[in-house]
Write a protein that binds this ligand. Structure first.
Ligand SMILES: Cc1cc2nc3c(=O)[nH]c(=O)nc-3n(C[C@H](O)[C@H](O)[C@H](O)COP(=O)(O)OP(=O)(O)OC[C@H]3O[C@@H](n4cnc5c(N)ncnc54)[C@H](O)[C@@H]3O)c2cc1C
Length: 397
């Protein structure tokens, strides 16, 4: 058996995603320029079974546990066809995973089957106007509504939240203040139905590659105590669990984007002639294409490796997911830039496929861990054991 061939299970997922992507393709250009959920794309996603990949089988999903390699492969195919389709699919997992790992049985049974069918749209709310990479600086607060009571009040503002204008549920990272004079604040995740009184969504300014985004205000939202996902202080554990499973899928999406861009550029380089020969026979253009193919294939290998590692043990694999996400999204930036170069003036035409890929690649280096922040974590992990041995204090940073 070939070692570097995807097993049949994943080739089947790929084929399934390809069928969905083919249905979306006729209006992908329109969907990808939309900052609101594109109805026909959502309808196709709902009528497919792809959202099942994002939920455990006990609650209507496909596999016993969410399989990061299946998610990675599905996103690779979806992103190549449509960034809008990819985001809709990805958010079903990213927005609901904290419920799968930390929710009560009632919450799981209430929400996850709806997420698996696509009936309910999920969103993950971490970022705030003043807290992006530095999530410990969040100010959204969860406090008991009355001393010793069994309800919470959630207050604060979240920013740049994917799916927010159409989401049915939010999983929200909040700070729980320590009781007066009693230790440090803790962080928890809470489940917030979008129709809870006090939840208000307003538009985020449109970004260069349109994306369904919203600013979310929680104004003294009353929540049953049960809506906290697990005990107090589990917030970052749920965030890391989500990232371990889904960060490698951003790498998968970047691989799909590179593949799409390179196909467009390769066709152009083969068909257009200058100086009496196809562009591809002009040395520098050949270099641009060859280097891009190397970036694509090496990113794909690392994405699959990270996703497979996360499949076997999601709890300990954030490092690999970070490596894969960093490598693939940075590579995607280089590849789309080279592809535009190969295409000359046709690479610049607004609304052309290559121009869309060029814009879509850019945000990927910022969300789900900006490249610089990932590098810090990766380098720290590389030296952690040595730091722990030699300089115990420094390993904590
Ligand atoms: C399309 C899109 C969708 C998004 N969807 C969501 C969502 O669904 N939910 C959600 O919660 N958020 C979402 N976000 C927000 C995203 O997670 C943040 O943009 C991201 O975490 C970076 O935060 P920031 O933009 O505030 O940048 P900052 O944290 O302000 O960083 C600015 C720059 O400084 C660098 N930097 C920051 N800290 C360090 C450091 N310690 N060392 C070195 N360099 C550093 C960064 O790498 C970056 O280059 C989305 C963003 C985008 C663009």
């Amino acid at each position: 058996m070939a070692i570097f061939e995807l097993p049949q299970l994943y080739r089947d997922v790929k084929a399934e995603a390809q069928a969905v992507a083919a249905e979306v393709a006729p209006f992908a250009a329109e969907a990808d320029e939309s900052s609101e959920v594109h109805g026909p794309t959502l309808a196709i996603l709902r009528s497919s079974r792809l959202c099942e990949l994002m939920v455990p089988s006990a609650y209507g999903g496909r596999f016993e546990r969410v399989d990061p390699l299946a998610v990675c492969v599905a996103r690779e195919v979806c992103m190549k066809a449509s960034a809008h389709l990819d985001a809709l699919l990805a958010l079903q997992g990213i927005g609901s995973y904290a419920i799968a790992v930390g929710g009560s049985e009632t919450q799981r049974r209430t929400w996850l089957p709806r997420v698996a069918s696509g009936e309910s749209l999920a969103a993950l709310a971490l970022t705030e106007p003043e807290a992006g990479s530095d999530l410990k600086a969040i100010t959204t607060t969860l406090r008991p509504a009355t001393p010793g009571g069994d309800e919470f009040l959630l207050s604060g503002n979240k920013s740049f939240i994917s799916n927010a204008p159409s989401a049915d549920l939010f999983t929200v990272l909040a700070r729980e203040p320590a009781p007066e004079g009693d230790g440090e604040d803790s962080y928890s995740m809470v489940l917030v139905p979008a129709d809870a009184p006090g939840v208000q969504v307003s538009p985020t300014p449109e970004i260069m590659a349109p994306h369904v985004l919203g600013e979310v205000e929680f104004r003294d939202v009353v929540l049953p105590a049960d809506n906290r996902l697990g005990p107090a202080g589990k917030g970052f554990a749920h965030v890391f669990a989500t990232l371990s499973v889904f960060r490698s899928s951003v790498a998968g999406a970047a691989v799909g984007l590179m593949e799409g861009a390179l196909e467009v550029a390769a066709r152009h380089a083969a068909e257009r002639h200058q100086f009496g020969r196809p562009l591809v026979r002009l040395g520098s253009v050949a270099n641009l294409l060859a280097d891009s193919w190397v970036d694509l294939e090496s990113s794909r290998l690392l994405a699959y490796r990270a996703a497979d590692t996360a499949r076997l043990d999601p709890a300990t694999t954030l490092d690999y997911s970070s490596l894969a996400k960093l490598a693939a999204t940075e590579a995607a930036g280089r590849v789309v830039d080279r592809c535009v170069q190969v295409m000359g003036r046709w690479g610049l035409i607004k609304g052309s496929r290559i121009e869309q890929y060029y814009r879509q690649a850019r945000p990927m280096r910022l969300y789900e861990g900006a490249s610089e922040v990932l590098r810090l974590g990766i380098a720290n992990r590389l030296c952690r054991d040595i730091l722990e041995q030699d300089m115990p204090g420094d390993a904590q940073d």
